[in-house]
Design a protein around this ligand. Sequence first.
Ligand code: FAD
Length: 331
Amino acid sequence: ITDKINALPEGANYFSLEFFPPKTQMGFANLQSRLERMSQALRPLFVTVTWGAGGSTATKSLELAEICQRQLGLTTCLHLTCTNMSRSLVDEALEQAKVLGIRNILALRGDAPRSEEYREEGQTPEEDSNKDFTWAVDLVRYIRRQYGDYFCIGVAAYPEGHSDESHPEHQSPKTDLPYLIEKTQAGADFLMTQLFFDVDAYDRFEKMLREHESGTFKTIPIIPGLLPIQSYKILRRVTKLSHAKLPADILARLEAVKTDDELVKQVGVKVLGEIVEQLKKSPSPGRRGFHFYTLNLEKAVSHILEDCALIPQPLFEDDNEEAIESTPAIN
Ligand code: FAD
């Protein structure tokens, strides 16, 4: 991923898309054709595949990563969590990723798995007997120790802070900072952020990192995470879970149309477009990336990318024709 970012012209913009593994084979088939369309029409710099806490989606995450990397030829980043995972499961995931040709891992701690995730998978939670991994930094160190520079490693960052079972009290970006420095210095190549809607909060966060006296974050790619708005209900749920603040003006615009899903989507595309444009103007060294939490959906993100002129030109003329022919009208 960082090689691809660095190969872009200075000042260029790029974007990535996140997908999660569907639960059923039918879901996989649907997502595969959607991915084919999206990869041809949108040309993301890379895609990411989520990992269920404790390895609850291990097989399916690897299956989806295989489709992305091998079948569709997309540069793929596999998310990998490490708590409540045996070391053998971590080893297996990394070996499998290597076999599939995947060169990028988003190294995460993860949260305690919800028991229903296992019921769906027919698996049992791994005993957290493995004390090798308590924090994400342990996984970053482990990957570097076992694989050297083979994998490009990303880590999570939280522009508006963080709270979880280990720190039920809210961790502000400042209290989280020493740990972010630690895991970056342990060998992370890029940071990818939690979703947010408050660009001022994000700008303060990036400035704090870029100007940190350690110099750790001076040039490292920091990729802001953005959530295309699919419905008012999903938005409220996701922002609550992620502690993302909805600025009053954005909330008011969405509340005004909240009973009409179609209008919520339209306003959402505008809101996200404004966020992207604002971020393009924020100072950031090198190239500005955008990571979209797609929730496996196509239309909203496609509109945002089109409106913000983020879709790169195809490499060859033929690709263009093929893409046009096979891209259904976005409505
Ligand atoms: P860490 O970096 O380990 O930090 C966790 C908390 O512990 C922080 O509050 C930190 O300040 C604190 N901390 C860190 N080190 C120490 C230390 N040495 N001593 C004391 N405190 C410490 N979850 C999934 O299950 N699957 C996914 O696919 C997934 N993808 C994600 C993608 C992104 C871009 C982001 C932002 C999050 C994702 N998550 C995912 C959620 C993530 O697993 C949770 O937010 C988790 O609670 C923290 O993970 P982390 O990697 O940030 O942990």
